[in-house]
Design a protein around this ligand. Structure first.
Ligand code: ACO
Length: 466
């Protein structure tokens, strides 16, 4: 759907000076109506669809987890609109919802929070990470190692006797339930080995542990010791606390919480698909999440948030935006934080994050210049590319400056994205393997045919082109 000039203008006009609650109030959303949802009827396989390069528009599976309407800029998890969830919910509630399919009761939420709190301390995993040259690794590479280490630790026999002291100095991660019974929720009627780590407890362990591992990497790369999680803090507050060593104030914790909510799940994006491909081989959830992390690290996907910040810093001020943009266009540069395969209008997640970025940057002159520069760049991009190419800010455009204002360094932006997206990865992997079929698309061969093998001694300097 192409945007009208009026719509582009409306999307450009920011709501200024709002409180966090105002900024994400449900009334801000475009109203979702039944016809915004597609595929109400069960799909009949094989499905007919037109597939573009990069699997554009391919339908790979059915899901009940999340819904994206790219033309209208609508996102929902399990039928709940993202604006409602941001305004009224928490990451704990939303991650439960994404994984289990329904909003938890008060008791279920309490129990889930206790489970997360019990799974957050990872002394053995962190000690193993601490022995590595984390400062020489990219944080996303370190995160993959951290997840592989977590898997090793939780499937290792000596975690059968966890140390209850929950201390980083102990020898065991606090993992009361380990692999053998972790398949109990899976309801898979296929021959999955009983020890396969593809169960709901692994999902919870990964949701809880991702924050601990990411925070530890943030500190270890600076030569600082990891900070233990606090059971009295929320997931978002714990994340900030474990990264910075300081308990965030209520507003900071709430803004982090909302940032986690908007990143929780998003259709068959590259990292989710990568995780699901691995899960479809009946490998385990840890390997699946590691693959998700690998895919998320690319600058065309989750890596864009870090690149956005560098771009804005290199532009320096709103006055320099026009000149920078003109030059970038002349060099046919991609503007990081803009454009999306599915959204052909303003990304609803960017709509949520923009006013939060304004709130969190307003008292710091450097950060407010960054925000003003971002606004000016948004204006230029939408002016030139909004109507012609449907290019608008995506989720990565405003998230980075929020993270920076909350005390997170740019190299950690994409790992922080993973702290949230792990909920979508594990939920979609578990959903898919319930009725598993290994992913195995085909490629169109366009190479040479019928070539004659030339023995090495007769090849000359090269057979290239022969
Ligand atoms: N800046 C300038 N032009 C762009 C941008 C951009 N950010 N994004 C797309 N375009 C242009 C392309 O040059 C192309 O123009 P053309 O038709 O003249 O050749 C057209 O829009 C379509 O682009 P595609 O690459 O075909 O779009 P695709 O759907 O494959 O890519 C993507 C989507 C990768 C997100 C792209 O928009 C992009 O590279 N954006 C910048 C990186 C970014 O912000 N990534 C984060 C995405 S959100 C997420 O992953 C969490």
């Amino acid at each position: 759907m192409s945007c009208t000039a009026g719509k582009a203008k409306r999307l450009r006009d920011a709501d200024a000076n709002q409180t966090v609650a105002d900024a994400v109030r449900p009334g801000k959303k475009e109203t979702m109506v039944g016809s915004d949802f597609v595929a109400a009827e069960p799909i009949k396989w094989p499905v007919q669809c037109t597939i573009g390069r990069g699997l554009q528009d391919a339908i790979a599976c059915e899901t009940q987890i999340g819904f994206v309407n790219g033309a209208r800029g609508i996102l929902s998890y399990r039928g709940y609109d993202i604006f409602d969830l941001c305004a009224q919910s928490t990451f704990e509630e939303v991650s439960f919802l994404i994984i289990n399919g329904y909003l938890p009761s008060a008791d279920e939420l309490k129990q889930y929070k206790e489970t997360l709190a019990s799974l957050r301390p990872l002394p053995r995993t962190l000690r193993a990470l601490g022995a590595l040259p984390i400062e020489k690794m990219t944080p996303m590479a370190a995160l993959r190692v951290g997840i592989a280490t977590l898997r090793q630790v939780v499937t290792d026999v000596d975690t059968q006797s966890p140390d209850p002291s929950h201390s980083i100095d102990t020898d065991a991660d606090t993992v009361p339930d380990v692999t053998p019974d972790s398949n109990e929720d899976l309801e898979v009627d296929r021959a999955i080995p009983a020890t396969t780590t593809l169960g709901r407890k692994d999902a919870y362990r990964l949701v809880a542990g991702m924050a601990t591992i990411v925070a530890a990497i943030a500190r270890l790369r600076k030569g600082l010791l990891p900070v233990e999680p606090r059971p009295d803090l929320s997931h978002a507050a714990n994340l900030l606390y474990m990264i910075t060593g300081t308990v965030p104030d209520e507003q900071q914790a709430r803004i982090m919480d909302i940032a986690l909510i908007v990143h929780g799940d998003h259709g068959m994006n590259a990292s989710t698909f990568a995780a699901m491909v691995v899960a479809s081989t009946l490998s385990d959830l840890y390997a699946s999440v590691e693959s998700g992390v690998g895919a998320l690290s690319g600058p065309l996907h989750g890596g864009a948030n870090e690149q956005v910040l560098y771009t804005l810093e290199s532009i320096g001020s709103p006055e320099r935006v026009k000149e920078w943009f003109k030059e970038a266009r002349a060099k046919k540069k991609r503007i990081m934080g803009f454009g999306h395969r599915v959204y052909k209008t303003y990304d609803p997640r960017a709509k949520v994050l923009k006013p939060l970025a304004e709130i969190v940057t307003q008292n710091d002159p450097k950060l407010s210049t960054l925000f003003a520069t971002a606004q000016a760049l948004e204006h230029e991009v939408i002016e030139e590319l909004g109507d012609t190419k449907n290019i608008f800010p995506n989720v990565d455009f405003y998230s980075g400056m929020i993270y920076k204002a909350l005390g997170i360094e740019p190299a950690m932006f994409t790992p922080v994205f993973a702290v949230s997206r792990v909920a979508g990865w594990v939920a979609r992997c578990l959903e898919y393997v319930k009725d598993n079929r290994i992913f195995r698309p085909r490629a169109m061969y366009t190479g040479e045919t019928s070539r004659q093998y030339v023995p090495l001694e007769r090849r000359g300097s090269t057979t290239k082109g022969a």
